[in-house]
Ligand binder design. Sequence first.
Ligand SMILES: C[S@@+](CC[C@H](N)C(=O)[O-])C[C@H]1O[C@@H](n2cnc3c(N)ncnc32)[C@H](O)[C@@H]1O
Length: 206
Amino acid sequence: MLSTKDLETISSSTLNHYEANAASFWEGTRHHDVTQNYEALLSALPNKTGLKILDFGCGPGRDLAYFKSLGHLPTGLDGSKSFCEMAAAHSSCPVLHQNFIRLDLPAASFDGIFANASLFHVPRQELARVLKILAASLVSGGALFSSNPRGSGEALNGERYGHYLEFDDYEAYLQAAGFAVVHHYYRPKGLPRDQQPWLAVVAKLC
Ligand SMILES: C[S@@+](CC[C@H](N)C(=O)[O-])C[C@H]1O[C@@H](n2cnc3c(N)ncnc32)[C@H](O)[C@@H]1O
């Protein structure tokens, strides 16, 4: 069982890595094609503009800008101050500077949550609690999209903490938080499973 201090150390170390590499992260990821993931979330939501979408772990703002370009009302959230500033500049969207382990979100406020490559940074012992907070921030019928590297266990990759789950175990966490999975797939698209390190899941509030 990790102490509060351990959890702070882990998240600070992870965030320090992103802070130190913020500019190169943007250059390296700004043109990533995540169309499949955008469509996965949007297909689980009402077919209209003006959807309130929380980009959880928004990084420097690529996906906020995309959702805004479609006429939605995205809000970013990230623990890296540099990423929050970059995301606001790149998207002109509101961006919350919050740590995943100390979230303060409005209740029943978002139609959807887009958590692209971010939830795996939540220390595993906190995952159930964080998923419940995310569930409480969604409106009735709201949807959570998440994409994470799959596997088992927890590890430090340099300074960055990650936990890894395969679908069945992750589904159990989602169900315990009040979600029902509607769709899951592996990425990159079209490759054999052993060359698809990413697990993408769309879940809706029950
Ligand atoms: C792999 S990046 C993904 C960024 C973006 N979603 C994307 O797809 O490009 C992980 C993001 O999670 C954020 N993050 C990691 N740990 C965090 C924590 N404890 N609190 C808040 N944000 C955190 C990082 O700052 C980073 O923006």
